[in-house]
Write a protein that binds this ligand. Structure first.
Ligand SMILES: *[C@@H]1O[C@H](CO)[C@@H](O)[C@H](O)[C@H]1NC(C)=O
Ligand SMILES: *[C@@H]1O[C@H](CO)[C@@H](O)[C@H](O)[C@H]1NC(C)=O
Ligand SMILES: *[C@@H]1O[C@H](CO)[C@@H](O)[C@H](O)[C@H]1NC(C)=O
Ligand SMILES: *[C@@H]1O[C@H](CO)[C@@H](O)[C@H](O)[C@H]1NC(C)=O
Ligand SMILES: *[C@@H]1O[C@H](CO)[C@@H](O)[C@H](O)[C@H]1NC(C)=O
Ligand SMILES: *[C@@H]1O[C@H](CO)[C@@H](O)[C@H](O)[C@H]1NC(C)=O
Ligand SMILES: *[C@@H]1O[C@H](CO)[C@@H](O)[C@H](O)[C@H]1NC(C)=O
Length: 322
């Protein structure tokens, strides 16, 4: 009896939790039009725990109808890049990729003393008084209040420093209560200067679905780890990082199955622990977003459609929800 009541309660709570408070709104926020990007601000307490302004780009798809719950994809830019750059690079709002959710491109904080070096928590030069995990949670709350989000279908992704930050979210006890699955492109995971270890990783559930893409000719954040191209920090070896997720996810590190995609100079090797944990290794890619057409990272190097990061991510997330 007790367990039946608990089960019913959990079920009901789950159903209620799937629709965000913004589902009661009958119109869009004033400053938004469907199918177009907008650069907006929120009040945030992510810097020194005092109120300041943080920026993000958002695009609500043409198919959006107030009251109908849709997924939310967060896409974090690389260091020195911007929300706008990540919008063009990651293509989550390009309707030809078929994502019918809301895509949000948060923007980092400029490195002190620079005009344009936006960066995220996790980078060696990011000051400890900026809490980007807090900013992300505030931004999710804000989007949930203003739009109709299926709260069990929130995803995080990013490139380089933004991919490293996606990994920090996957390791955060609160963020893993809100975000269902995580995908990093050319992720930068820095080791602590003194201990040469990664920061603590404490997700609040298990397994955490994780997807990683990395090129073996990446000179900025090397596949084998070590010295970054700025010569100011060591990043982790990528297979070791993936294997650590296998352990945390309760999978046998050695039980991954390898596969091959694309051919010739574009060859990609995949390492998969079922659907939960997957790593794509590109033979012809440097520190660039893996795309089937040229982009601002790299005009003339492409991958085949089956290994294009945006399509792989959008397909893979469909099976994950909270
Ligand atoms: C936050 O605190 C740090 C160190 O106390 C200080 O250097 C910085 O200027 C502060 N930044 C803001 C935006 O308050
Ligand atoms: C939210 O997503 C879950 C998982 O895909 C689905 O089962 C549920 O029906 C969705 N809820 C709403 C309100 O769309
Ligand atoms: C949208 O994606 C298509 C390929 O699916 C591509 O040809 C097109 O250039 C992209 N549009 C933009 C604005 O990037
Ligand atoms: C780190 O790499 C840079 C080139 O990216 C090189 O100049 C430097 O000597 C390396 N430092 C160490 C300690 O290996
Ligand atoms: C990077 O690793 C090398 C070799 O382990 C070490 O000598 C160096 O101090 C590290 N650099 C930083 C910035 O952590
Ligand atoms: C996959 O399994 C092999 C053993 O079959 C192991 O050597 C390797 O470290 C595992 N992980 C990756 C990312 O290859
Ligand atoms: C891309 O262009 C550069 C020169 O801009 C050239 O060196 C390189 O070989 C080209 N790569 C491919 C795959 O065509």
């Amino acid at each position: 009896m007790k367990s039946t009541a608990a089960a019913i309660f959990t079920f009901v709570a789950g159903v209620i939790a799937a629709e965000s408070s913004g589902c009661s709104k009958t119109s869009l926020p004033d400053d938004i039009e469907l199918g177009k990007p907008f650069d907006l601000d929120i009040d945030s307490t992510s810097i020194n725990d005092t109120t300041s302004t943080r920026n993000y780009r958002i695009q609500v798809p043409k198919s959006y109808k107030p009251g109908n719950a849709v997924p939310l994809m967060l896409s974090f830019h690389g260091r020195t890049k911007t929300a706008k750059n990540q919008y063009h690079l990651s293509q989550f709002s390009n309707s030809s990729f078929g994502f019918e959710g809301i895509a949000v491109y948060p923007q980092g904080i400029k490195k002190v003393g620079t005009d344009s070096s936006y960066q995220w928590q996790g980078d060696v030069e990011a000051p400890s008084y900026i809490n980007d995990v807090k900013f992300t949670l505030e931004l999710i709350d804000h989007v949930e209040k203003n739009y109709c989000i299926n709260t069990s279908q929130i995803y995080a992704s990013g490139k380089s420093n933004g991919g490293g930050f996606t990994g920090l979210l996957a390791c955060d006890a609160d963020a893993t209560k809100k975000i269902a699955a995580f995908a990093a492109v050319s992720g930068a995971w820095y080791l602590d200067k003194d201990t040469q270890q990664l920061p603590a990783c404490n997700p609040s559930r298990k397994p955490i679905p994780f997807l990683e893409f990395h090129g073996i000719i990446d000179d900025t954040i090397k596949y084998e780890g070590g010295n970054n191209s700025r010569d100011n920090g060591n990043t982790t070896n990528i297979p070791a990082y993936i294997n650590a997720w296998a352990e945390r996810d309760g999978l046998d590190v050695n039980a991954n199955k390898t596969g091959t995609l694309c051919s010739g100079y574009q060859e990609v090797t995949t390492f998969k622990w079922g659907e939960t944990l997957q790593h794509y290794r590109y033979s012809n890619f440097g520190h660039w977003w893996m795309s089937e057409f040229g982009n601002s990272d790299k005009e003339n190097v492409t991958t085949c459609k089956e290994a294009a990061a945006t399509s792989v991510i959008l397909k893979w997330i469909q099976q994950w929800s909270l």
